[in-house]
Design a protein around this ligand. Structure first.
Ligand SMILES: NC(=O)c1ccc[n+]([C@@H]2O[C@H](COP(=O)([O-])OP(=O)(O)OC[C@H]3O[C@@H](n4cnc5c(N)ncnc54)[C@H](O)[C@@H]3O)[C@@H](O)[C@H]2O)c1
Ligand SMILES: O=c1ccn([C@@H]2O[C@H](COP(=O)(O)OP(=O)(O)O[C@H]3O[C@H](CO)[C@@H](O)[C@H](O)[C@H]3O)[C@@H](O)[C@H]2O)c(=O)[nH]1
Length: 479
């Protein structure tokens, strides 16, 4: 959560992880004080140290510029919430793992806990900003929790929905130059005043015509819809990648051609081994669940197909590896290049690498993993954590013993030494720049490369002698 208030002012007018968002506000609004509060002691300690808890290009500089000036990190959640006038609630909203709606519905335990705490410590009126991605109509429930649990009759809570659209790896650029900022609020003078108070914070660096004002419900639903539409584009291209491989078409040529149509546009058309990240799957499942509970079965089925296609793509990739390698990968070493869910992040939540590694190990392979930002502990923990459990902070934090079939190494040459194949699962730029002749010389022959991101120079690799599988492209005759 993060909080903001004008610094050195006697009139307090305060704000409360989307923790990068808080830091950006602190950078752009030197007259506001921002406190990032979290129950997670080690995370706050890391924010206060020289080694930040997340890897995000450009973020170190932002933190260094503001920390101790008007940006603070604290575990004293109650104290800072009590003092704040604007509270951004950015707690996790994971997929439920048990009970009604398990595997689909959003688990609002952390949200409700935060709302109860806010109500219990508030002695002054506050704007409460929904930053977390939540089901449509959450604001209504939260308002009830706040109202029923605040002991002071004079305290007023104005709820706003202000969904976050930044993407990891490009967070700083997205914060600096957002396509839009969306603020949903209630009608009426108080609701409109609350919207304008938050809009005024963003207006310090965002042009007015990019600050959209809507109803609460439209803002909540726009966030789920934006993620569903983005993921749907990837699943659509991934479905076409399978068709390309069987027809001899090239998915990149298809993407380029259709992206020239201004009604379609060129972005988010890269076929891949599958989308990952903490948001897409969770938010689509949430949307599906909402539709199901409202009796909209056809709508639910439509959006669920985006997830089905993503699972199919990961499974198809594993099957392609097995069939290409003479229908057995038992005791074969497979180098995995990239474990993060995308480049320029160390985040592995819902990364396709988890399902691909599980699939390879299930068929007897040994995976040797290299990722520039992901270490051994994290890989072992991810591969040992049941689906959807990762997003529950109280669970899955224990150290996990490594498994013999999974090794994590610190350089790509070691990973591929003695390997039968390399799989590229993340689009890190550095993967295109290795000495592939040297890598080839130290591999078992025939040496395979399965490029799940189409980031390598396939013609050059073929010249060296590799058997290359490039996702969604015409197949090598060998395959
Ligand atoms: N990560 C992104 O790029 C991104 C982008 C847009 C939206 N979102 C949404 O934002 C929300 C948070 O995502 P995240 O990736 O930052 O999650 P996260 O799990 O990294 O961070 C959530 C933090 O909230 C803390 N927390 C939980 N309950 C708390 C409480 N009562 N008081 C104080 N702290 C508490 C947890 O300790 C944790 O550190 C989710 O709803 C997500 O869908 C995330
Ligand atoms: O053409 C593409 C684009 C992306 N991806 C994959 O899709 C996943 C998600 O990528 P991206 O959307 O760039 O990163 P996120 O950080 O997950 O950001 C998404 O999820 C956030 C959390 O809700 C939103 O705020 C952002 O707007 C939304 O882009 C990653 O595995 C990418 O590799 C593809 O396979 N092909």
């Amino acid at each position: 959560m993060h909080l903001i208030w004008p610094s050195k002012s006697t009139e307090s007018d305060h704000l409360l992880r989307l923790q990068e968002r808080a830091m950006w506000i602190a950078l752009k609004c030197v007259d506001l004080e921002v406190v990032v509060v979290d129950l997670n002691v080690s995370r706050i300690a890391a924010w206060n140290s020289d080694k930040l808890p997340i890897y995000e290009p450009g973020l170190d500089e932002v933190v260094k510029a503001c920390r101790g000036r008007n940006l603070f990190f604290s575990t004293d959640v109650k104290k800072h919430v009590a003092e704040a006038d604007i509270v951004f609630v950015s707690v996790n909203t994971p997929t439920k793992t048990r009970g009604v709606g398990a595997g689909k519905a959003a688990d609002l335990t952390y949200w409700e806990g935060a709302a109860r705490m806010i109500a219990s410590v508030s002695t002054s009126s506050k704007i409460i900003v929904e930053k977390s991605t939540v089901p449509v109509k959450t604001a209504e429930a939260i308002e009830k929790v706040l109202r029923c649990n605040c002991t002071s009759a004079s305290v007023r809570f104005d709820i706003l929905s202000n969904p976050e659209f930044l993407a990891e790896g490009t967070a700083v650029a997205d914060l600096a130059n957002p396509d839009r900022v969306l603020i949903g609020g209630k009608g009426g003078p108080a609701g409109r005043a609350a919207i304008e108070e938050l809009a005024a914070v963003y207006a310090r660096w965002v042009p007015q015509d990019r600050i959209l004002r809507t109803s609460l419900w439209s803002a909540e639903l726009s966030k789920l819809t934006a993620n569903a539409m983005l993921a749907q584009r990837i699943s659509s291209m991934n479905s076409i990648s399978a068709l390309c491989e069987t027809t001899g078409a090239d998915v990149q040529e298809v993407a380029h051609s259709i992206g020239k149509d201004s009604r379609i546009g060129p972005k988010f058309l890269n076929a891949s081994v599958g989308f990952g990240g903490s948001c897409f799957q969770k938010d689509i499942l949430n949307l599906v669940y909402i539709c199901e509970t409202l009796g909209l079965k056809e709508v639910a089925d439509y959006w669920h197909a985006v997830i089905t296609m993503n699972d199919y793509q990961k499974q198809r990739f594993v099957e392609r590896i097995i069939t290409s390698m003479f229908n057995t990968i038992s005791r074969k070493n497979i180098a995995i290049y990239g474990f993060a869910f995308k480049k320029d992040t160390g985040d592995t939540r819902e990364t396709p690498a988890i399902d691909v590694c599980h699939g390879l190990v299930a068929d007897g392979a040994h995976c040797v993993i290299y990722d520039p930002q992901v270490g051994a502990d994290q890989v072992h923990r991810d591969l040992a954590t049941p689906k959807f459990e990762w997003d529950h902070p109280s669970r899955g934090q224990a150290a996990i013993a490594g498994r013999d079939e999974i090794k994590v190494v610190k350089d790509p040459y070691t990973a591929a030494h003695g390997a039968h194949a390399i799989c590229v699962l993340t689009e890190w730029d550095e993967f295109a720049h290795y000495d592939y002749q040297k890598i080839y010389d130290n591999m078992v022959k025939p040496a395979f490369i399965f490029d799940g991101r189409n980031v390598l120079d396939h013609a050059e690799l073929r010249k060296i002698g590799f058997i290359v599988y490039a996702l969604g492209k015409p197949l090598d005759p060998f395959l």
